[in-house]
Design a protein around this ligand. Sequence first.
Ligand code: GLC
Length: 762
Amino acid sequence: MIRVRLAPTGVFGRDHSWAVIESAAPAPRWRIREDPRALWVVVGDLRVRIGRDPCRIAFETPGGDRLAADTLSKGMSWDGAEVRCYKQLREGDHVFGLGERGGGLDKRGAVWLNWNHDAAEHEPWTDPLYQSHPFFFVLNNGTAYGIFFDNAHRSSFDMGKLAREYYSFGADGGELNYYIIPGPSPKDVLRRYGELVGTTPLPPSWALGYQQSRFSYSSAASVRRIARRLRAGRVPCDAIYLDIHYMDGFRCFTWNKQRFARPARLMRDLDKLGYRAVCIVDPGIRKEPGYRVYDEGLAGDHFCRNDGGAAYVGKVWPGETVFPDYTRSATRRWWGDVHRELVETGVAGIWNDMNEPADFTFSHGTVPMTVRHNNDGEPADHRACHNVYGMQMSRATFEGLRRMRPNERPFVLTRAGYAGVQRYAAVWTGDNLSSWEHLRMSIPMLLNMGLSGICFCGADVGGFRGRPSPELYARWLQLGVFYPLYRTHTAGGPQQDPAAFGGAHLRLNRRAVELRYRLSPYIYSQMRECEASGMPLLRPLLLEFPDHPEVHKCDDVFMFGDQLLVAPVVHEGAKTRTLTLPSGEWYAFEGGERYEGRREYEIRVGPATIPIFARAGAVIPMQDVLQHLDRRPPEQLTLRVFPGNGGGRYYNDDGVNYAYREGAFLLEEYGVARSARSLAVRLIRRTGHEEFGPRSYAVRFVGVPDAPARVLYDGKPIRPFAGTRGWRRADRGWRYDRRGRAVCITSRAWREGAVFDVQFRP
Ligand code: GLC
């Protein structure tokens, strides 16, 4: 990666970033070459050409491709405090990234703004939204490069709207400071971007379960009701959210004494039922002498000031409010510590909202630009700090939770953020509507966030404003199975949860949520990949098929991890679903039917159908349905194996702490091979500790049209079971499931290197 900084005055300002993390990697070796017309900086196999007059920068790959070349006419520019950079746009360039956005996946041809905004009634075309991610990549003919413009001021990206032949990015202040991130594949760009700004740390396993929220479950009794209703309906669920009504007069870090008389007891009871509680915390602190948080904040000089020097007073839910200055390290520390009571009460996760920050005083929705911030020691006004305010709030929260519970991974959810926010919090897409359009819109939006480094994200299932029909809600729950953050939330009105729509819908909804839990070993394994390599769980086809331009704009079909493809039903009353599969060979996830890639299919869908396809040779680790994600490893790990040559992996750890970073985990890697007469899966490698492994395995080869002749383990035949009785408990055995067209093997043990081999008659 190469960084470019421009100092129009000849003097560089402070070198400071909210996004970029310290790198442990040694600085690469580089050389400079000069000729009368240009300087060449050579780093590895990348060459940077810096034209002398005019000063123009371009990057050359070993193959001679010129990437991210400044336009000849403009290059870099400044005007007062404004800075801008212009780069050539080639025929066939497509632009992806830029974080939380409406519209389709390809961002070429429009202007995009970064200015965190409480976009309460947003539509698909509303821009900006709540988050700022000044990162994108350009994909052309399978080859990609990325740009990260590390500037937290209001910035804009004109991706070829003003002119077809160039794009530009700039900001109304701060430095022209950007990184060029070489590919060649989009995955390479994402991985490097992850090295630059950090990736999503593995969340506590419960946070990957289903979560239930509402504005608000406004009394302990209503919290208990929903907790019981879901368990009575056997709807798996891991978390229940408390929105602002748990507080006393919307004062953060207080409890309403009437409606939540004994919060610690409520937390204990929820825990017994297998739920964690997540509480909302807003930045707006009620201005009220005598209220502890206000008094402490004032004494510690923790609030943002207006230019007169007094604490700035705005308006949010509690009325007159002041705003902690999270850009000050002492304030972040204090804010983290203020959570102690919530933590001691037994609250598991913290939900940061309104942290753009939202302020109802002005029509522009945020605090005045004259508001002062500490800005990590170099005081600045709000223009410099607006876009990082929310991120620094969730950072303060995350770091506080880590200090108070060093042996637990924090769970923080945030609405606002800047590049790098993924290190601290999951993100949800704010106040959407209960409509089919918003259900559809959530897909490219979340895919795009994944392409911008935000792996742990979700949209409010069922829609926040309005009432979903039972059908819309059911389809949304089915889609939400694949949202990394799977949460129903609503602004009130009738109950909106899987058990709220009556008998037939309860069964339908339960099936969707159960699928999430059955897939949880796969999901957890893939989330570990997010942390390690920055690859999102929910990912667009272009990431897996960069050479396949027909699927690049596809925004209603997506990959779930690297093995599964999902074509959710997104239209009311749909009886069929049309989709084009990317190249290769595919298998229906449930029935195992075979499909050819690069062809269009119209498949019939019933109310419960979720069209999912697996790559040939995929291995999907699964487990039986649980009512909530347990800390213990699954009793039995089911590996669903699809015909072909391929493989898969299973990762597990204790789901709670950070010991996995010191080796307390289990990783199994499998290889699948197919020949004319056999289908085999090998445990290639087992690393780590068996205590995180299952007690037994169920290997299910799907898409097997005929009963096999025999099944071998480690070269020796294993016993067939005629019926289904006893086979699950046996030490080792197999049976053929004719209706499911699957060979099912159970085995207590599986030695590293050993193969399960299904052999057919010649
Ligand atoms: C904002 C949030 C929403 C929350 C509400 C009340 O609108 O986006 O999720 O329920 O505030 O706290």
